[in-house]
Design a binder for this molecule. Structure first.
Ligand SMILES: [Zn+2]
Ligand SMILES: [Zn+2]
Length: 94
């Protein structure tokens, strides 16, 4: 299989990965590798992010399109509750 992005630019290069989202074949230059958080559900509506992260290939187009989603997800998973508490205290004192 050849890289879809390269083919669009009238080049020809072997693909090494597929975009997780659109399934386009990608060469090393056009493949974006992300580490995807793996979560597990606890019975009491609790989501836990596990220590090991999965590998995720995306093309440049899907990476841009999904960036907001990933950024939001990261915000939600970093130190849950702490940011909210700081804001509450600030609001009370102001
Ligand atoms: Zn390419
Ligand atoms: Zn894609």
């Amino acid at each position: 299989m050849i890289c879809y992005e390269c083919q669009q630019a009238s080049k020809r290069r072997d693909a090494v990965a597929l975009c997780h989202h659109c399934s386009a074949a990608l060469c090393p230059e056009h493949a974006v590798v992300l580490s995807d958080p793996v979560t597990t559900q606890y019975p009491v509506c609790k989501t836990l992010v596990l220590p090991l992260r999965a590998r995720l290939f995306l093309c440049g187009t899907c990476r841009e399109a999904l960036r907001q989603k990933f950024d939001n997800y990261r915000e939600e998973t970093t130190v849950p509750g702490v940011t909210a508490r700081v804001q509450e205290e600030h609001a009370v004192s102001a």
